[in-house]
Design a protein around this ligand. Sequence first.
Ligand code: ATR
Length: 271
Amino acid sequence: MDQYAVFGNPIAHSKSPFIHKMFAEQTGQSLHYAAILSPLDGFAESVSTFIASGGRGANVTVPFKEQAFKLVEQLSPAARQAGSVNTLIYQDGKLLGDNTDGIGLVKDLLFNGVGLKDKAVLILGAGGATRGVVLPILKQQPGMLHIANRTAAKAEELARHFCQFGPVTGSGLEAIPPMAFDVVINASSSSLSGESPDIASSYIANQPVCYDMVYGKEITAFNNWCAAQGAGLTLDGLGMLVEQAAQSFYLWRGIMPDTQPVRQALRMSLS
Ligand code: ATR
């Protein structure tokens, strides 16, 4: 049977095996998908052991996405711009790296009826999660994209890096342009510590769509705060997780699964 896996540390709570098992059943694909705990200093070795034992492809999660970027022999354009790899493909004796996180976000927004064309988009955070989604957002041709981060220099640096691809600016959280945003995305890791980025409530005044890339059993801190400020709609990152997985599955198997039943099952499994 064809072998696939997700590499991470920690990995016990990864939902990827659950998601890919459902995709495989739904599409009639015969494959096995495992969760592999890689030692923090042994990612490359873990991957080569996996490939040597017949591994065909893998997902990569925290904290190995940047190491995967350095490890692969060939990068997709998306992975090159993201500076990180979340999908490994072993093909014709070569290890290829792609990044499906950004397309996962865009497809989840579309799934929820949110297109980005001509919209004013604000993204909070300037770490790996933001870097992974900026180019796919710009490809949707938003009217503008502003990156705001607690540490302003990181947001400004990302904006400089991506400004060749579209209208993107960067600043600290306190210097966000005073305008009405249509979509506000939290790509910072604040919700993981139960916090919401410290931005003025006026940025939620226009009833924007608010999107937290994090998800959990409980509503995230950011989405709670946005809802209290009158957000038009709040979405969490569960759909993005399923959509990025669907894109990886498509890269490996050439079949795009239906994400709807998997979204439902995953949501149910949280409660
Ligand atoms: P990831 O890969 O999840 O993006 P990261 O690269 O460590 O993780 O980046 C975390 C991001 O969340 C950073 O932009 C960080 O802001 P700083 O650059 O100022 O450190 C942001 N972040 C973390 N906790 C936050 C909080 N409580 N409020 C606002 N931003 C926060």
